[in-house]
Design a binder for this molecule. Structure first.
Ligand SMILES: Cc1ncc(COP(=O)(O)O)c(C=O)c1O
Length: 483
């Protein structure tokens, strides 16, 4: 699947050379652990495979029509290319070329990190390597491991794809928008979407096509109808869809397999690319594998964003993009210009985590159980509020999405009433492109609240909602009398 094309053999050669000098990790297994079935745990593909074969896969120049003017204008940085080369030729050649610092000035002598299962020890040359510049695409040993992981976990259809390490999933979102979106473009999302996509898009003043969701996420029939209508009317068509298929932020929905297949087919029919942002993939409480968009990508239309922020550490900024090779090469040029490369030490730690697959699975499965208990506890606490604030049980992720009955706009409720009573909430506005438009929804997160605080939090929430409903009624009466 991860086949190399363009940018030629030289690049491959340089990367291969670098790999030879990759940091060798010293791993020690310390504790016995409950084995998780790896084949089942890391399964994000369907046994029935990928069906879509009516549409022609995109290749090479086909991708040019999706690129923003900014992305199309990027050029490789020569010094970055030389940095990659230096890792091999350094021993045999005298170099006056490198802008790399000399590792002898680095003050660190040893790095040691423990998890309940493994130990990472770096010193000497290995530590120096983990503290040095690396190629923009990522730490080569990590890239190899991630390619293997993606192939095994998603089994994507065989097309030229590759991976770019990013500085968190948010950085991946930023990169995708920079790559694909022109000012004023039409962009597909769900009606309510993660604030991070809106923050990136706002300066580009796009036209947001927000497709409504039900309990199971985005409605493919509506998507088809909206796009069909735009096409008939000769309106600008979107080149990109942003979606959070598993445990959406904020609505908590999980797109079932049949909807994923329908949406993928619509991407082929209406010629758009799918940015699949999936940081909650390991927090799927259904215990049934759901195929990722990547696993269905027969035509090279998916840019997949992975992140370990929610399940390993948010501060590590451990994340990566998997994308068709022609797009990935453009993304790498962006990284060259933007940050040279994400932090090397963080990449070495991420490598350690991913390559110890059994420990990784054990940890992730524990994290899922931890959050599942909290989800169940908040669900139990919220159940008496169903009439006041209808909600669906989230089957993945970290959020409940409540529609407050009899309240058109929760803004005042969140920033006055709730704060005065010591409760912090997020209004649904945060997830609208227009943050000033009224919104009757609240997002509740169960990740950090203590279990023993849930009942009191929900009791206070109930009181606040009742108070707001009264206030809204009074206001309506006043308006009616004045009118
Ligand atoms: C859907 C979604 N994407 C991306 C992010 C950002 O994650 P990261 O820490 O990987 O940048 C978040 C964080 O809340 C998120 O909910």
């Amino acid at each position: 699947m991860f086949v190399t094309t363009k940018f030629g053999k030289l690049n491959e050669f340089k990367k291969g050379l670098f790999e030879a000098r990759a940091v060798a990790l010293v791993l020690k297994k310390q504790f016995s652990q409950k084995d998780v079935n790896l084949d089942e745990f890391f399964k994000f593909y369907s046994d029935s495979g990928y069906h879509e074969d009516r549409y022609k896969p995109l290749s090479g120049r086909d991708y040019d029509r999706f690129l923003s003017t900014r992305a199309a204008r990027r050029q490789p940085s020569l010094t970055r290319e030389i940095t990659s080369m230096a890792y091999k030729v350094g021993k045999q050649m005298i170099s006056l070329a490198e802008g790399m610092p000399n590792e002898k000035v680095f003050p660190f002598t040893r790095l040691e990190m423990h998890t309940p299962y493994d130990r990472l020890v770096l010193d000497g040359k290995e530590l120096a390597g983990a503290l040095q510049y690396v190629p923009s695409q990522g730490f080569p040993a990590l890239l190899s491991e991630l390619r293997k992981f993606q192939s095994e976990a998603h089994r994507p259809p065989p097309l030229p794809r590759d991976i770019l390490v990013t500085n968190g999933g948010q950085h991946g979102i930023y990169q995708c928008v920079e790559l694909l979106v022109e000012p004023g473009d039409a962009v597909l999302t769900t009606e309510f979407a993660y604030t991070g996509i809106h923050s990136v898009l706002r300066p580009l003043q796009p036209e947001i096509i927000g497709i409504p969701e039900d309990e199971d996420g985005m409605l493919p029939e509506t998507l088809d109808a909206v796009l069909g209508e735009r096409q008939r009317r000769g309106m600008k068509m979107p080149k990109m869809m942003y979606t959070i298929p598993t445990g959406s932020n904020p609505t908590g929905t999980v797109l079932p397999e049949d909807r994923r297949r329908q949406i993928y087919e619509l991407a082929c029919k209406y010629d758009f690319l799918i940015v699949e942002d999936d940081p909650y993939m390991f927090l799927n409480y259904t215990d049934r594998p759901i195929p990722s968009f990547l696993s269905l990508d027969t035509c090279g239309r998916v840019l997949r964003l992975d992140s370990v922020s929610k399940v390993v550490s948010a501060g590590l900024r451990g994340a990566w993009i998997t994308a068709p090779k022609p797009l990935l090469e453009r993304l790498e040029l962006h990284t060259q210009a933007e940050l040279l490369h994400p932090c090397t030490i963080a990449q070495v730690i991420l490598l350690q985590l991913v390559q110890c697959r059994q420990s990784f699975a054990t940890h992730l499965s524990g994290a899922r159980e931890f959050y599942r208990r909290r989800r169940d506890a908040l669900h139990a606490a919220l159940t008496p509020l169903q009439q006041l604030a209808p909600f669906y049980m989230p089957h993945a992720g970290l959020f409940f999405w409540l529609q407050i009955s009899g309240v058109d706009d929760v803004h005042r409720m969140v920033f006055q009433t709730a704060l005065q009573r010591g409760l912090m909430l997020v209004p649904g506005q945060a997830f609208q492109f227009d943050i000033h438009a009224p919104c009757p929804y609240l997002r509740l997160t169960f990740s950090k609240i203590r279990l023993e605080d849930m009942d009191i939090a929900v009791k206070t929430l109930g009181e606040i909602i009742r108070y707001e409903q009264q206030e809204t009624l009074q206001k309506q009466k006043r308006i009616a009398t004045e009118g």
